[in-house]
Design a protein around this ligand. Structure first.
Ligand SMILES: NC(=O)c1ccc[n+]([C@@H]2O[C@H](COP(=O)([O-])OP(=O)(O)OC[C@H]3O[C@@H](n4cnc5c(N)ncnc54)[C@H](O)[C@@H]3O)[C@@H](O)[C@H]2O)c1
Ligand SMILES: CC(C)[C@@H](O)CC[C@@H](C)[C@H]1CC[C@H]2[C@@H]3[C@H](O)C=C4C[C@@H](O)CC[C@]4(C)[C@H]3CC[C@]12C
Length: 368
């Protein structure tokens, strides 16, 4: 728990606080925000671990709610000093309808903004995504770019489109007068591919490898870099930006920041092997074992099967046209904007991030 030498008078709200990133943001706030009096955790699905947090010095208020319901959001926001909005539908596998993705990611974000304005909450941090930039539908590489790198952000998939629209709503809301007459101060954080304890996709790859005789088969060229960032460092950036937003509102208000740390630049599959290798898996092939055209065909077949089977069951494999295109397009960031604007430095080294993730994957293997 954080040192309580400072007066505890702040109320924070974390939407999506029971999610993969949200849980780490909640824990990081409790450990590193000494001014916290109350921490509200708002989520559609509340997790049992919340109960363990209710014995500490900070009042942890679990709120089961839906960001698409404006009245529920307003009730949760009322009285909060800061809102960290991580709630979202992260779906690139075709599990949810386009409407549902927009309802949650766009309308839900609009509801959070409106609630801040109506209740007088002045500081809003939004969890955006690298995908609001790219990779774009043209497959243009984004090689170690930054927040100012020119890039044609063109999307067709509902998830990146919804994130881009939501981010624009948040940034445009910066400066709006909230109840009480003071300006709303907003900013958006853009994590690249987050990894770490609780990451469902790495768990899926691990279990897939176990089923294939402790092997995974390379499908992506090793030369295609994909940006990755440790969940603890993303959580730390959220806590830091929320703290500094009040002191530096002129500089930080309305800004976007990529989330970054010292995780190495590797292909998506090679990066995953940093954790899956020590857990007993090996990646077969120094280059893709099947030709790209065959992967395109298989991805399209998966999409067709998903559509045909939808009335009967949800078929949502990792390989689909969108995930294949993403994995095959270089997208990495190299920036220090967060350091320059609010003094961000990664809290966890690459070595620490890696060992923590390996330990977690090893526990999930026994828990399958
Ligand atoms: N995972 C990544 O690699 C990654 C990368 C960049 C950005 N992001 C963004 O980070 C945020 C969190 O992502 P995550 O990976 O932790 O996903 P997640 O699915 O683990 O967490 C999302 C949380 O939001 C909650 N939620 C969903 N719909 C809701 C609703 N209608 N009302 C209230 N709560 C709702 C879910 O219950 C869940 O707890 C998302 O906004 C996502 O776009 C994720
Ligand atoms: C089946 C193979 C082609 C395999 O290599 C596919 C990997 C694929 C599931 C992932 C490749 C890139 C990932 C995405 C990326 O890390 C960034 C994202 C942004 C974030 O906001 C949400 C998650 C994601 C879309 C992430 C999802 C998995 C990949 C597509």
């Amino acid at each position: 728990m954080a040192d309580t030498a400072q007066a505890q008078e702040l109320v924070y709200l974390v939407t999506g606080g029971c999610g993969f990133l949200g849980e780490h943001v909640v824990q990081m706030l409790l450990q590193r925000e000494p001014r916290l009096r109350e921490l509200r955790v708002f989520d559609l699905h509340l997790s049992p671990w919340l109960e363990e947090l209710k014995t500490g010095p900070v009042q942890v208020t679990a709120i089961q709610g839906d960001v698409t319901q404006a009245h529920e959001v307003e009730a949760a926001v009322a009285g909060a000093h800061v809102v960290i909005h991580t709630a979202g539908l992260v779906d690139v596998f075709g599990r949810s309808s386009t409407k549902t993705i927009y309802d949650v990611n766009v309308q839900g974000t609009q509801n959070v903004i409106d609630a801040c304005v109506q209740t007088g909450t002045r500081f809003l941090v939004y969890t955006s995504s690298m995908e609001v930039v790219g990779p774009n539908t043209r497959g243009h590489p984004f090689y170690r770019g930054n927040e100012d790198t020119p890039y044609e952000a063109v999307h067709s998939h509902p998830y990146p489109r919804s994130k881009a629209l939501a981010e624009r709503l948040v940034l445009e809301a910066n400066g709006r007068k909230v109840h009480g007459g003071l300006p709303l101060v907003t900013c958006a954080l853009r994590p690249t591919g987050i990894y770490g304890e609780g990451h469902q996709i790495i768990r899926d790859f691990y279990h897939q490898g176990l089923r294939l005789g402790c092997r995974l088969f390379r499908t992506i060229p090793a030369s295609v870099e994909h940006g990755r960032v440790y969940v603890g460092n993303v959580a730390w950036m959220h806590v830091l930006v929320a703290r500094e937003l009040e002191k530096r509102e002129e500089l930080m208000g309305g800004q976007t920041y990529f989330c970054y740390d010292n995780s190495p630049y590797k292909s998506y599959e090679d990066f995953n092997m940093e954790f899956l290798g020590p857990c007993g898996l090996r990646l077969v092939g120094t280059r893709p074992l099947v030709p790209y055209w065959l992967l395109v065909f298989l991805a399209a077949l998966n999409a067709l099967l998903q559509w045909l089977l939808r009335p009967l069951l949800l078929y949502a494999p990792l390989l689909n046209p969108y995930t294949l295109a993403m994995a095959n397009t270089t997208f990495t960031v190299s920036t220090d904007k967060a350091q320059r604007h609010f003094g961000y430095e990664p809290l966890f080294s690459w070595e620490d991030s890696r060992s923590r993730t390996i330990r977690w994957v090893q526990t999930t293997g026994s828990a399958q």
